[in-house]
Ligand binder design. Sequence first.
Ligand code: HEM
Ligand code: HEM
Length: 246
Amino acid sequence: MQKVRTDNQGRSATRRGANQVQPLRVPNKKNTVEDTVVGRLGSALDALGTKVFLADRDLNVIFMNKKARQVMESLNGVLQSKFGITAAQLGGTNIDHFHGSRVADIRRRLSDDKNLPIRSEIRLGDLILDLNVNAVSDEVGNFTAIAVNWEEIAEKKRLEFEASRAQSMLENAPINVIMADRDFVIRYLNPASLKTLKSIEHLLPVRADQILGQSIDIFHKKSRSSAQDAGRPEQSAAHRQHQARC
Ligand code: HEM
Ligand code: HEM
């Protein structure tokens, strides 16, 4: 277990040396920030799958859980090129170091727990991080430390982007597209479909703008069997024809 020297207010007095990948741990002292926050929660936080960082009120990093250390290790290249620091040197470092031109603004916001929590998306190298910053208080409610956890959401963002691109292609497509879910409930109609259905509204059991959310059965005389057919690949030729008619 690694110890950190602290001053008499319990602040980190050291910046950690080059080979220290270990989390910062509790000094052998009562009632310091590290005692209250890290001492009790350190191993529990290590067990979490999420990345957790703790900074003291002076904004020195006083703890990183196991997952955070692993991720920072994997980002060593980015840390070195962007901030001139290795993952091993993160513990004890003041977070101002990472906040570039926004240091003053971020410091001001983190100085008062009334401004917390903060939720934001930040970029670190190729990563997009969903950042979650919370105040940590002691038993009597004093604001003693700041906890950050973040999740990598670049892949989620990419999928969201693809879904929205597909959606926009459908929205703008000149062909009629209707989608039903596996229970045959209509979940999507593109604008071209709505327009077509509007033009034959007098032939339909409901108004065009009421179709979303309806079962496809309302359109079929032998309703249940048509719906069941829709689940059968061998019916696809017939289905294509019917689509062409609709
Ligand atoms: C407990 C530790 C930390 C705290 C409390 C903290 C807090 C914050 C806050 C409040 C923001 C502003 C979010 C916004 O409004 O957009 C921010 C941005 C940022 N942080 Fe941290 N941070 C911590 C550690 C780190 C570390 C270890 C790194 C890098 C290794 C880092 C990199 C960044 C970057 C790149 C930004 C975006 C800055 C920009 O927009 O120019 N932070 N952080
Ligand atoms: C995703 C939505 C829909 C699906 C999966 C679906 C599926 C089917 C299937 C599998 C058939 C049987 C085809 C055959 O055996 O010839 C059918 C028939 C038919 N569908 Fe749909 N349908 C949908 C939406 C609609 C809509 C919106 C309308 C009306 C505008 C419609 C009108 C009809 C008609 C009139 C028939 C012929 C019914 C009959 O012969 O009794 N369908 N549909």
